[in-house]
Write a protein that binds this ligand. Structure first.
Ligand code: KG4
Ligand code: ZN
Length: 351
């Protein structure tokens, strides 16, 4: 970690930790000057999940063009920038190497400070982008990260200051949506399609177990729920009648929403100083999940902050913003920092 100049100029952010290639440029006050995301979903869909090698090659093919396009849209030259930020972990190492390499090249070529952004910190700090909460979300707050790869409750005390209150002991919640989507014959990723199917179903017909509900702490578990769905489907006619599939989707979604509300309830009790509950990750797009969390937050007199879906899923706006937050504190990184496939929030350096 190096101390560097505070940004008085725009910062460019690069995201390549999973299957979104993204680039964004933000003014030092957080105003978005360019925002581009290229999803690789179509490349991975035939394989029913993200293929790391395909992801890395796609990042390599698309990132340079995306950076040039973002610079054009912002109407900037590299010399106009005040810093370069890139996701350097956790995530798929091939993609991280591509993004970090590109960012370091830019920083070196243009003589700019470089920030190695922890992808989870970027999700965590999104709520502080101007415009989401009047005046920017103040620390401390509670973060519920609900994505395909991550599922955890985090106390956000400040930039670089995180306490993990709980997390999944098996599958991430998005992974559970994807696996149940597969059981129901839905295209990958299962979450969005399952939510649409559940809208036409009767959740009461299939009351599924709600793992860890009521248990102390705020850990999560979803593999037992997925197994219960598989067993229910195995006992029904094949192919599954469409109404039956919709009822199962609705029952599963209700169980997940109830579990998340219960875990959030416990997390808020563990962190009474938090006045905000922030959700992030692709599953935060789910309306039933948002409704359940909003009820849980209201019961604690806590405000729920759910950023727009495009800022909940993987994006580069959050990476550039995390870069700005760090540069504001004078925190930059050396160019020899290596990307990390595993990088728990608790190991971050504080501002
Ligand atoms: O945060 P994200 O875009 O990528 C990472 O996993 O990092 O999250 C993707 C996950 C997938 O598992 C997807 O099925 C799930 O979020 N998801 C949803 C919905 N939209 C996306 N799950 C439930 N309901 C949705 N509407
Ligand atoms: Zn993510």
């Amino acid at each position: 970690m190096q101390t560097g100049p505070r940004p008085r100029k725009p910062v460019i952010g690069i995201e390549s930790s999973c299957d979104e290639t993204a680039c964004a440029i933000l003014a030092p006050d957080g105003v978005i000057l360019a925002e581009l995301v290229l999803s690789q979903q179509a490349d991975h869909a035939p394989f029913g999940g993200v293929v790391p090698e395909i992801a890395a090659r796609a990042h390599l093919a698309h990132l340079p063009g995306l950076v040039q396009q973002a610079m054009r849209e912002a109407g900037l030259h590299f010399g106009d920038l005040g810093g370069v930020a890139a996701s350097c972990g956790p995530g798929l190492i091939g993609g991280l190497i591509v993004g970090a390499g590109m960012a370091k090249g830019l920083a070196l070529g243009a003589g700019l400070p470089f920030v190695a952004v922890n992808h989870l910190e970027a999700h965590a700090l999104t709520a502080r982008l101007p415009g989401l909460v009047a005046g920017g979300a103040p620390f401390p707050y509670l973060l519920l990260l609900l994505s395909g790869g991550h599922c955890q409750c985090v106390a956000v005390d400040g930039v670089g200051r995180y306490r993990r209150l709980g997390g999944t002991i098996d599958d991430a919640v998005g992974e559970a949506f994807d696996k149940v989507g597969k059981l129901l014959g839905l295209p990958w990723p299962g979450g969005p399609a399952l939510e649409r199917l559940a809208a036409t179903g009767d959740a009461a017909r299939h009351p599924f177990p709600q793992p860890l509900r009521g248990r102390a702490g705020c850990d999560f578990s979803f593999s037992g729920l997925k197994t219960a769905v598989a067993q229910r489907i195995a006992g029904l006619p094949s192919p599954l009648p469409p109404q039956e599939a919709a009822d199962i989707a609705a029952g599963f979604q209700r169980a997940v929403a109830a579990v998340l509300a219960d875990r959030a309830d416990h997390a808020m009790a563990m962190m009474p100083e938090a006045r905000l509950l922030v959700v992030a990750g692709g599953v935060a797009a789910n309306a039933a999940v948002r409704a359940a969390l909003s009820g849980a937050a209201a019961a604690h007199g806590v405000a729920l902050v759910a950023p727009p879906v495009r800022l909940c899923t993987d994006n580069a706006v959050m990476v550039a913003w995390a870069g700005i937050e760090r540069l504001r504190l004078g925190l930059a990184d050396a160019l020899d920092v290596a990307p990390r496939p595993r990088w728990p929030l608790a190991e971050l350096s504080a501002g």
